[in-house]
Design a protein around this ligand. Structure first.
Ligand code: C5P
Length: 214
């Protein structure tokens, strides 16, 4: 049996950074599920597929195994999947059952092979319901928008804070209100507020909880 720790939360809550640190400390595989949704959105865009008409046969031909970096215990993709345009397209295709089913299968197959730190929106509520430890990572929207703004400045020209804020509101709304696997706090989750706790404090707290249960 593998050990799985899940971290769910909205965009730019800090869950990815915490997950990365935890995976280094525990030597677990880091499953960044947003990267999978972004990669599938990019493939749909590049292949000129109409997202509303995508079927299981087409999506099952997508290769996600090539994203696995076994040595570094993480997934890898190019940085152009993090642009604003692709973020919005991703949250649209993430509402589709055929897309979620395909990505869920891949995520669960990773969970059979590796101990995981899994971050995303539905890790503790849907994909890994039996995870050993569940976290919900959050921060006020103004703080998250500023973080996202600083991140985008590194990859895009003409970034505007007001636009970043409104994109984040739309994405949060779509992610939390979709019918399938909406963003929600898992019942037994510990809540981490990254506006009051640093990455280091969050990681220490999570490691303590994990060791308590081991
Ligand atoms: O985490 P990140 O911001 O990279 O995720 C991009 C988008 O992928 C989210 O806004 C959401 O629509 C989708 N996603 C999801 N379920 C996950 C992870 C990401 O629907 N577990």
């Amino acid at each position: 049996m593998t050990d799985i720790i899940t971290l769910d939360g909205p965009s730019s809550s800090g869950k990815g950074t915490i997950a990365k640190e935890l995976s280094k400390k525990l030597n677990f595989f880091h499953l960044e599920s947003g990267l999978l949704y972004r990669t599938v959105a990019k493939l749909i865009l590049d292949k000129n597929i109409n997202a509303n008409e995508i079927d299981a046969k087409t999506i099952n031909s997508f290769d996600l195994d090539c994203l696995i970096d076994v040595d570094r215990r993480r997934l890898v993709a190019s940085s152009d999947i993090y642009t604003s345009e692709l973020s919005l397209l991703t949250s649209r295709i993430a509402t589709l059952k055929v897309v979620r089913d395909f990505i869920m299968g891949f995520q669960r197959s990773l969970g059979i092979r590796y101990d995981l730190i899994a971050d995303g929106r539905d890790m503790g509520t849907v994909v890994f319901k039996d995870a050993k430890l569940k976290l919900y990572v959050d921060a006020p929207i103004a703080i998250r928008a500023e973080r996202r703004y600083n991140q985008l400045k590194g990859i895009e020209k003409n970034v505007n804070l007001a636009q970043v804020f409104s994109d984040l509101v739309s994405r949060d709304k779509r992610d939390s209100s979709r019918t399938i696997a909406p963003l929600a706090v898992p019942l037994e989750a510990i809540i981490i507020d990254t506006s009051v706790m640093s990455v280091e404090q969050s990681v220490t707290r999570i490691l303590l909880e994990y060791k308590k249960d081991s």
